[in-house]
Design a binder for this molecule. Sequence first.
Ligand SMILES: [Zn+2]
Length: 372
Amino acid sequence: MKIPNGHEVIQLFEQFAPKELAMEGDKIGLLVGSLNQPVKNVLVALDVVENVVDEAIDKDAQLIISHHPLIYHPLKTIRTEESYGRIISKLLKHDIAVYAAHTNLDVTFGGVNDLLAEKLGLQETEVLVPTYEMPLKKLVVYAPQESADNIREALGNAGAGFIGNYSHCTFSSQGTGRFLPGENTNPYIGSIGELEAVAEERVETIFPQNLERKVLKAMLQVHPYEEPAYDIYPLDMKGQVYGLGRIGYLSKEVTLEEFAAFVKEALDVTGVRVVGNLSDTIKRVAILGGDGGKYYKTAIRKGADVFITGDMYYHTAIDAKLDGLHIIDPGHNVEKVMKRGVAKKMTELCREKKFQVNFIPSLVHTDPFLFL
Ligand SMILES: [Zn+2]
């Protein structure tokens, strides 16, 4: 086991929630501090408020991974008698870095929206609002024939060669590789200054762009050559569709009233606002964590009986009601589900990497609203 530095932790995190999934202009990534230091404890929080910083100090965290960016609008001043100045000063004094994963964490599989859909037990879940299609790339690598199997296996294990539900898809052809080892080389086959001809295989496969680093590393680790020859091509085809919100089915039809009570309990809130006739029946459910009112028409188009989202505006609720869509607003704070969800996911990823680091879900309740 090794204690990783911040870069190593975030590299793993970004395999889970790649930055390219974020909406344009979102303030994600490292916001405060540095990732150069060793990280033993990571606090996972929804909001970085002062209590959360105190908790991070208390728990000896070197890094906070938060969902909502601490600095969303550019700061004009950092004055320590004001709230944000005080928070930033405390973080810097205690060498605590803050990294935000906002819409990329909403969108990614296993992120905020999947965690919410899971809490509601939704089945046959799909993306509600598509926002991104992962670009695909092609890798072609040339290797001596006896190494080709190892390379195909390493590529497949790293996640290359997925087509539908088929994994480890590759195509190989045989040919002759020629090279002339120059001064200061240490060739696996052949000798310095002599043109060599070797029976080689050309192995080709595709991979999603976000796995490029992982796939290349896996290939280079098993390739026997000092200077492996390979090409990477961008492709016009697109891969996996990502997006905001999820839509799926309940295991059985329930009334809106029953469902609202269930949502309240499942998402652990003390109140929900409900739009619609309480005796109407609900089977198909759309959910979008955070502020999702503007997507209500998408929920209707995709056949939702009810749309669950936070921060619902009065006029949007009027319009949705006129269009016959039921709404449950459990508040924005239900995104707190990410605290345990991210901690669990990162614990698994770090265990595989043999990184010794604790992920601690923040216990601070950051919802500014009380229901009376
Ligand atoms: Zn949010």
